[in-house]
Ligand binder design. Structure first.
Ligand SMILES: Nc1ncnc2c1ncn2[C@@H]1O[C@H](COP(=O)(O)OP(=O)(O)OP(=O)(O)O)[C@@H](O)[C@H]1O
Ligand SMILES: [Mg+2]
Length: 165
């Protein structure tokens, strides 16, 4: 899907004043997720991408949410136990042009019953995973963040509107 197509769906934006607020917002967004969704997380180091994923996992009702931490050195963590399994990848340390299958993550990519959250998806090229949502976090100071949730498909846009009006 081209960027022009994506521009059809207006992003949902929230001004979030604490890490707790980011998690709570993400938990709400999680109710829009469906099996097979790929979620790309954009933003600088420390912007709150992992914090957002923790909120998604919590919102999917997994009791493993407290374990969600940056998998920078592990590349991948899996959080089962909720409405869907969440596979959380952090590609920061990889070179641009990386292929997840070549990194031994073909099970993650091929599984269409999970949700895959990818930090630093720039390493893949923006939409290689056929993403349903792009989530951008922008630091506005010590504890304030702007979150921008952009649905990529019409189905994702409809689900997001129902979950977080
Ligand atoms: N409103 C906020 N939303 C999210 N995180 C916040 C907020 N305010 C403060 N923080 C803090 O900012 C840090 C964000 O760290 P986090 O690991 O989520 O960022 P990240 O984008 O995943 O970074 P990296 O690119 O290094 O993986 C945490 O320590 C968190 O508590
Ligand atoms: Mg992180």
């Amino acid at each position: 899907m081209s960027t022009a197509d994506a521009a059809e769906f207006p992003p949902l934006e929230r001004d979030l004043k604490s890490a707790e607020a980011t998690e709570a917002f993400a938990a709400r967004v999680a109710t829009a997720l469906m099996p097979g969704d790929r979620v790309l997380l954009l933003g600088d180091l420390g912007a709150g991408k992992t914090t957002f994923v923790r909120g998604l996992v919590r919102g999917l009702r997994s009791d493993r949410a407290d374990e969600v931490a940056s998998p920078t050195f592990a590349l991948h963590h899996r959080y089962p136990g909720g409405r869907m399994v969440v596979d959380h990848c952090d590609l920061y340390r990889l070179k641009p042009g990386v292929d997840l299958s070549a990194e031994g993550l073909d099970d993650v990519v091929d599984d269409r019953s999970n949700v895959v959250c990818v930090e630093w998806p720039e390493r893949l090229g923006a939409r290689l995973l056929g993403a349903a949502f792009e989530i951008e976090l922008i630091g506005v100071g010590e504890t304030r963040r702007l979150a921008r949730v952009r649905p990529i498909t019409s189905d994702a846009a409809r689900r997001l509107a129902e979950a977080a009006p």
